[in-house]
Design a binder for this molecule. Structure first.
Ligand code: SAM
Length: 280
């Protein structure tokens, strides 16, 4: 265990930093250039400290030789913090105001396609599934609901696929929700089949991956905050194109539409960062 006095001082070297980014891209497919550089340096500093590397060059050498370090670095770079019903007021607002509108506008076409972009361990897509099941009640059976969670982090996706949560992760969940949507499994809780069936997971890089389309709702929360502004704007255009007319886009509480992307959406609930695709 290191204490602060042991923490190695980092020799900042632009050339070494650039070279390390190339290696990271090649080894773990992480597109460093597109992330806020200050954020990237902060995350890299965590691994430099852990490996007692005194420079980016020294760290690059470790990364090139050590498979375990590749895994550690990927975990550090992809900030996976999430929780079930994160910002519950956003789900509440969406369920109260936008969901009834959306269901009404889809009429007899009982298909709902949702994308949770940057879904981490799956808490967000499962929360969306529970929100839909609660709103639709028994009518949910007559709907074809597909919620796709995507992420670049394979480990997170593997956890997400299981749909199993530690009791600690469920502390804020009401007793009613717990009983209705989770089954006890050993010392943990597993989402019910009804919820599991609605959700699928896929490895997808929203920066360089293929463009997706045909969604009624897109949640992309607490992901773009780490990206450079130009990229954020480009991604908001991508989300616009990925939505069906009148579809909804939900962002994180600290994220905002920027530049021209702001004109693409109607700001339906500014506080909860809920936007609707404008129809041309
Ligand atoms: C902080 S978590 C957000 C999880 C969830 N959306 C929430 O708000 O609770 C950010 C997630 O974005 C993922 N991520 C980062 N860059 C990505 C990219 N280019 N494409 C897809 N996912 C990405 C990370 O792996 C991480 O799991």
């Amino acid at each position: 265990m290191m204490n602060t006095s042991d923490i190695v001082t980092l020799r900042e070297d632009d050339r070494e930093f650039s070279e390390l980014k190339v290696i990271i891209k090649r080894k773990i497919g992480f597109n460093c250039e597109q992330y806020k550089q200050a954020h990237l340096k902060r995350r890299l500093a965590v691994r430099l400290r852990a490996t007692q590397s005194k420079s980016y060059k020294e760290y690059a050498e470790i990364l090139l030789k050590n498979l375990a370090e590749e895994k550690q670095l990927k975990e550090t770079l992809t900030v996976n913090v999430t929780e079930l019903f994160r910002n519950p007021e956003t789900y509440e607002a969406f369920r109260r105001a936008e969901l009834p509108e959306l269901i009404k506008s889809r009429g007899e076409n009982r298909t709902l396609k949702v994308w949770s972009a940057g879904c981490s361990n799956g808490e967000e897509p499962y929360s969306i599934a529970i929100m839909l099941a609660e709103y639709l009640g028994i009518a949910a059976r007559r709907y074809n609901i597909s919620i796709m969670g995507t992420d670049i982090d394979e480990d997170s996706l593997s956890k997400a696929e299981l749909g199993i949560f530690h009791p600690k992760a469920l502390e804020k969940i009401s007793k009613e929700r717990l009983e209705r949507f989770f089954n006890k499994k050993d010392n943990n809780y597993e989402v019910t089949d009804e919820i599991h069936r609605m959700v699928t997971f896929k490895n997808h890089d929203m920066i360089s991956g293929p463009k997706l389309s045909g969604f009624d709702i897109i949640f992309c929360r607490n992901v773009t905050i780490y990206f450079e502004q130009k990229l954020q704007e480009k991604l908001y255009f991508d989300f616009y194109n990925a939505l069906k007319d009148g579809g909804y886009f939900v962002m994180g509480k600290t994220e905002t539409l920027i530049g021209q992307s702001s004109r693409l959406f109607k700001h339906v609930d500014l506080k909860e960062r809920i936007y609707q695709k404008k129809v041309n």
